[in-house]
Write a protein that binds this ligand. Structure first.
Ligand SMILES: [Zn+2]
Length: 291
């Protein structure tokens, strides 16, 4: 397949487009971050589409077409996108950069993956900035002529991330202690909770585990009652039915949809990573910030 596509590319007329760096990422959030660091110097594609389950994604033969001629591939690491690394081995010797390298991991609590690093490290200010620096280093590694541009873009983007999340983090930290609970479906917010000074409760530790089993529901109901946690949220990539049922059962408010594993389509509520950070953080803080 790779040879066929290379041969095909050689037959096409040379255009300015062909000069652009080609970057592939395992999911939409990393693709948007990479676009911000690359500017118009690269064409960036995500293997998974918006809304996909990034933990258990099954790549299709068609997926390889968009990334077969990539110059560099960006993955999350921390076992999240092992499927991508297996799949990418098929396209040959392309450099792969792991964007969570250098992040201090938070462990998964409970379930089949107890104790392993929680992979959702893009959901906190300091670790997001490490991702951005790793992207700039990866792009500069394959395109050293434009290293300065990548570094300048990364610096600006890191400031935008700080401006987006900083004020919401301050509001979260100022909440009354008894309302500082983040209850979700997946335990995907350990980094955000650490940043915002919130305690976490969730239905299942990670989307690779069973989702919404009767035992998980019963345990969360008990924990919400004990903690008097005021609000339960659920994430855009999973069913909200267990969360709504638990809200009814416990008297907690249902706080709405959080975005964590995937951007929306371009015309949806979170087409960019900055939108995702802002909408998710605002939904959490607004949900917790009233009686
Ligand atoms: Zn997840």
């Amino acid at each position: 397949m790779f040879r066929f596509l290379t041969a095909l590319a050689l037959c096409l007329p040379v255009t300015a487009q062909a000069e652009q760096l080609k970057v592939a990422t395992s999911f939409t959030i990393l693709a948007d971050m990479a676009r911000n660091v690359a500017g118009d110097l690269a064409q960036v594609n995500s293997i998974t589409p918006p809304g996909a389950d990034i933990h258990n994604y099954q790549p299709t033969p068609g997926d390889i077409i968009g990334i077969a001629d990539a110059d560099v591939i960006l993955v999350n690491g921390m076992n999240l996108d092992l499927w991508a690394q297996r799949f990418l081995a098929r396209i040959g010797d392309v450099p792969v950069a792991t964007l969570s390298d250098g992040v201090t991991p938070v462990s998964i609590q409970g379930g089949d993956y107890d104790g392993l690093p929680n992979p959702h490290a893009w959901m906190a200010l300091d670790s997001a900035q490490i991702y951005v620096d790793n992207i700039a280093t990866a792009l500069a590694g394959v395109d050293p002529d434009n290293a300065d541009a990548y570094r300048a873009n990364a610096l600006r983007y890191k400031q935008q991330i700080a401006d987006t999340i900083g004020p919401l983090r301050d509001r979260a930290r100022a909440l009354p202690p008894e309302r500082r609970w983040l209850v979700s479906s997946e335990g995907a917010f350990s980094y955000l909770a650490r940043d915002f000074g919130l305690q976490e409760l969730f239905l299942w530790p990670i989307n690779s585990d069973g989702q919404g089993t009767p035992q998980q529901v019963r345990r969360l109901i008990d924990n919400i009652r004990q903690a008097k946690a005021p609000v339960i949220f659920s994430e855009s990539t999973v069913s909200d039915r267990p969360a709504r049922r638990i809200a009814q059962e416990t008297g907690a408010d249902y706080g709405g949809v959080l975005y964590v594993d995937s951007l929306s389509a371009a015309d949806g509520p979170v087409p960019t990573y900055l939108d995702l950070l802002r909408v998710t953080s605002e939904t959490i803080v607004t949900g917790l910030d009233h009686d």
